[in-house]
Design a protein around this ligand. Structure first.
Ligand code: PLP
Length: 357
């Protein structure tokens, strides 16, 4: 089966096989990782290794904390302003689609949101160029969604926000390529695409931005308190952290993020090149802003959508239906999707076009 789900999404098969092998007895401990105390030496080693691997893969500078939390990226939509306003009352947000809008709406409960730029003019098929952004010099931070999972637009550049910290929701493109963490004040991501099982949320935050949370902030979501307790102020999502560690190890074994990026670029090119060469399928997204992770495409004749999906299902290609808000199709091709999956999809798209075009 090739699973094109947007998330929770396919994980690398060797990771799942190893997890299955270790399920009942982790490294001779006689325990499943699920059964371990988060304060026991076994789990502390698993947690420390996962963090060390993530730091190595992303070359995270020493003045950044890595937190393994719960609550998902949607939780962070509230937790970020609670922690990062630091006495200010305003924050900048760039609206590039569905996920940005959710962040904007939630932040509005805690501060005055300035929508510094919006993709609305292009119907969210492009990322607004930075020269059109209207940044507020008094903003506590500037928030972006680095990859819009539903709309399929992705930043292929890092915004320059001067001394105002840049905050990114990287849920759907974290670990898909190298990034310069030092350009960001804070990065957050739900795990369920490129990292591991749902339930784990990763936060990477610069030291000087923490410690001034609003008094209403729940203790479990105060970055400074979690950092002081190695993300163990409450019970962390232990099994998800363990799987994330196995995924990080797998990425390292693939050659790290530069090799992963090359692989992801090859996969995306196969799909976009075919869509562009065809009159039967279309991609609405501006070429320079196309996501390497989530590829929405449409059949020009929408009345064929159901037949297309049925045929895909029959060929063991799952979850290709586009999000209900945009329709059409969407192929999510995260790190774990092999090139063969994309080739199988394109072969099927050609076959479908030949018999219906
Ligand atoms: N942000 C982005 C970009 C997403 O793709 C998703 C989807 O999972 C979310 C936020 C929501 O994350 P969660 O469901 O983990 O709260």
């Amino acid at each position: 089966v090739f699973n094109f789900s947007a998330g929770p999404a396919a994980l690398p098969e060797p990771v799942l096989r190893l997890a299955a092998e270790e399920m009942l007895d982790w490294h001779g401990s006689g325990m499943s990782v699920m059964e371990m105390s988060h304060r026991g030496k076994e789990f502390i080693a698993i947690h420390a290794e996962a963090e060390a691997l993530l730091r190595e893969l992303l070359a995270i500078p020493a003045n950044y904390k890595v937190l393994f939390l719960q609550g998902g990226a949607i939780g962070q939509n509230a937790i970020v302003p609670m922690n990062l306003l630091r006495g200010k009352t305003r924050a900048d947000y760039v609206d590039t689609g569905d996920w940005s809008k959710k962040s904007i709406k939630e932040a509005g409960h805690y501060c005055t949101v300035n929508v510094a730029a919006s993709g609305k003019g292009s119907n969210f098929t492009a990322i607004p160029k930075q020269d059109a952004w209207r940044l507020d010099p008094d903003a506590a931070y500037v928030h972006i969604c680095s990859n819009e999972t539903i709309g399929g637009v992705e930043y292929h550049w890092t915004p320059d926000t001067g001394s105002v910290p840049l905050v990114a929701d990287m849920s759907s493109n974290i670990l898909s390529r190298p990034i310069d963490v030092s350009r960001y004040g804070l990065i957050y991501a739900g795990a369920q695409k490129n990292i591991g099982p749902a339930g784990l949320t990763i936060v990477i935050v610069r030291d000087d931005l923490i410690g001034q949370a609003l008094p209403i902030t729940p203790t479990a979501f105060d970055y400074a308190q979690q950092a002081a307790n190695d993300s163990m102020l409450n019970t962390p999502p232990t099994y998800a952290i363990y799987i994330a560690g196995l995924v990080f190890r797998w990425i390292k074994d693939q050659g790290g993020l530069a090799a992963i990026e090359a692989h992801n670029r090859r996969k995306a090119a196969i799909l976009y090149d075919f869509v562009d060469s065809s009159d039967f399928y279309t991609s609405p997204i501006a070429r320079e802003d196309r996501s390497l992770m989530n590829v929405p495409f449409k059949l020009r004749d929408e009345s064929l959508d159901a037949a297309f999906l049925k045929g895909a299902e029959a060929r063991a290609m799952k979850q290709l239906k586009g999000h209900r808000s945009v329709g059409g199709m969407r192929a999510s091709i995260y790190n774990a999707m092999p090139i063969e999956g994309v080739e199988a999809l394109v072969a099927y798209m050609k076959e479908f076009e030949a018999s219906n075009g």
